[in-house]
Design a protein around this ligand. Structure first.
Ligand code: PMV
Length: 318
């Protein structure tokens, strides 16, 4: 092949972020309308100064991708070549077109990395197993975030909402229709900083870690049951409870809190911050007839863009 193509989509964590880093379960939702597409091809550049790779980014500029481009991409490609037994140091051109805004808790770094990994595999004619693709994306994620739970790496390639725990995922049983509005606060947060902030808090306050993880596990389990049993109101209140848990841990922002209050005021069944926090997005569960009003109120409260994600299985990427 002369060109390899890879795609991956964004994700939102329904419940369980942060606790999932400590091994408890999380529920995550693929966001199909936000995708990263990578193409990889043999380069005409003669210089091997950058380890035989050149990298171009179009679409949303992303700090995580710049990191990947300057350093991680080299290591990712090296890890890939070593793992796949691709000989030599071929000159590669990778072009990434990313539509996923960075630092918003939407998994942009994992999606960009997965798109690149799949593009390289496609170019080299390798059938990648899901396990290998996951491991390679995790290699890049661990460079960007320190220690990543793997929920992002798993969900950016998933066709359905997932229950994720300790590196394993299964499709969630969904017994009800649901409409999620994802609202961007316009401010990026650093997942790495947020994870460290929580860890520092746990170190300072004896018992805080156990209380946080116990409450998180309880809420995730109740939400999982509500989703399977078709109880959207129940699911909504668990989302809001989880927001309170993250807010109390110092992971929300004033604008995010205002957006959560606006969504609830407009009749949303539940709303919370999603992902790493300290900025990023709000996720609001709503009945379809209230969706436009909830979105309008979220914009009034400061959201710069919104997306609507129905709870449903997706067709896998071609
Ligand atoms: O902010 P994002 O999209 O990278 O999501 C991070 C989720 C965390 O639970 C905070 C970290 C992790 O590795 O699971």
């Amino acid at each position: 092949r002369s060109v390899g193509i890879g795609r991956a989509h964004a994700k939102a964590i329904l419940l369980g972020e942060h606790a999932v880093v400590y091994g408890t379960p999380a529920l995550a939702l693929p966001i199909p309308q936000l995708t990263a597409t990578a193409s990889a091809g043999w380069s005409s550049h003669s210089s091997d100064a950058q380890g035989g790779l050149s990298f171009t980014m179009t679409g949303s500029a992303s700090r995580a991708v710049v990191t990947l481009a300057s350093d991680g991409l080299q290591r990712l490609a090296a890890a890939f070549k070593e793992r796949m037994g691709v000989p030599g140091r071929p000159h590669l051109d990778v072009i990434l077109d990313g539509a996923i805004p960075p630092g918003r808790g939407l998994g942009s770094s994992a999606a960009n990395s997965r798109a690149i990994v799949l593009a390289l595999a496609d170019l080299f004619g390798h059938e990648l197993s899901e396990t290998t693709a996951f491991d390679l994306v995790q290699t890049a994620e661990n460079m960007a975030h320190g220690r990543a739970s793997g929920v992002d790496a798993m969900t950016v390639g998933a066709a359905a909402p997932l229950l994720f725990q300790a590196g394993r995922a299964e499709e969630l049983a969904i017994g009800c229709d649901g409409l999620f509005i994802v609202a961007d606060s316009g401010t990026a947060g650093s997942t790495k900083e947020a994870v460290e902030l929580l860890r520092d808090g746990f170190r300072r306050e004896p018992g805080a870690e156990e209380r946080f993880l116990t409450r998180a596990t309880e809420l995730v389990e109740e939400a999982r049951r509500a989703l399977a049993d078709g109880s959207p109101a129940e699911l909504g209140s668990r989302l809001t409870n989880y927001h309170e848990l993250l807010r109390a841990a110092g992971l929300s922002t004033d604008r995010i809190d205002a957006m959560v209050a606006a969504a609830l005021g407009a009749g949303s069944l539940g709303a919370k911050i999603t992902g790493g926090g300290l900025g990023g997005c709000v996720l609001a569960l709503t009945q379809p007839e209230l969706a436009s009003e909830v979105a309008r109120r979220l914009h009034d409260a400061g959201a710069v863009q919104t997306w609507v994600v129905p709870l449903r299985r997706l067709a896998p990427h071609a």
